[in-house]
Design a protein around this ligand. Structure first.
Ligand SMILES: Cc1cc2nc3c(=O)[nH]c(=O)nc-3n(C[C@H](O)[C@H](O)[C@H](O)COP(=O)(O)OP(=O)(O)OC[C@H]3O[C@@H](n4cnc5c(N)ncnc54)[C@H](O)[C@@H]3O)c2cc1C
Length: 202
């Protein structure tokens, strides 16, 4: 079960997140999900995991090739939660989820908070708990971004890899920014566009 949320401008202003305010009005900042099981190691029993996902992170990772051989994997450094804005968004949405789970309507089914526990209340402790257990939701993208070569781009506007003539990338790796959504539909869109570009070349 998922829901999406656009964070209030007042909150975003308070943390200096102009980039998030300037996002298209139909782009969301947060994806809220309810999992019917526990995800924190050591917590067993009758658990649910309400989690919030930062759909449009400001932190940027990088990929480094360490060999000319295609059999040697590159090093992917995601830099999750490196940006103070992402950290503030994570704390904010954690508190929101906690509020939802302790609301009167949930009180008949929620017995207690298994992790990190009601004693964890300061922003610093909440962030530490998030950093200790946060994880991606498998929407990797942007490792061969379509942008200027000087800015670290890998493909041009026709999906052609810089420095080559006939090599295209057509998958979720070409997004220069994360499209504030799960990746499957945007990846299909790239595939459709790539097919048109290749046909037009023939
Ligand atoms: C567990 C999980 C859950 C997800 N849930 C959702 C969801 O609910 N909604 C959503 O929108 N998205 C979801 N995603 C994300 C979505 O599946 C991916 O973003 C999307 O599939 C990316 O498409 P892609 O074409 O870039 O890569 P892929 O779909 O990974 O396609 C890459 C293809 O290349 C092939 N390949 C790799 N190496 C080689 C090689 N050397 N030679 C030949 N072929 C090769 C692979 O076998 C694969 O078929 C999920 C992803 C995961 C992992």
């Amino acid at each position: 079960m998922s829901a999406w949320e656009r964070l209030p401008d007042e909150f975003l202003q308070s943390i200096g997140a102009q980039e998030l305010i300037d996002l298209r009005s139909d782009w969301n900042h947060i994806q809220l999900e309810m999992l019917a099981y526990g995800v924190v190691p050591g917590n067993t029993g009758n658990l649910v995991t309400p989690r919030s996902v930062i759909s449009y992170p400001i932190s940027r990772g990088n990929v480094s090739m360490v060999s000319n051989s295609t059999t040697v994997k590159p090093i992917v450094q995601p830099n999750w939660l490196e940006s103070p804005i992402d950290q503030q968004v994570a704390i904010y949405t954690f508190k929101q989820v906690r509020q939802i789970m302790s609301s009167p309507i949930m009180s008949s089914i929620v017995i207690n908070e298994a992790y990190p526990g009601p004693n964890v209340t300061s922003d610093a402790d909440i962030l530490a708990a998030i950093q200790a257990t946060g994880h991606p939701i498998y929407q990797a993208s942007g490792t061969c971004a379509m942008k200027a070569r000087a800015d670290g781009g890998v493909v041009d506007e026709n999906l052609v890899v810089y420095g080559t003539e006939n090599l295209r990338v057509a998958d979720a790796s070409i997004f220069p920014i994360i499209p504030s959504a799960n990746m499957m539909a945007p990846a299909y869109m790239v595939g459709e566009k790539a097919a048109d570009l290749i046909k037009a070349d023939q």
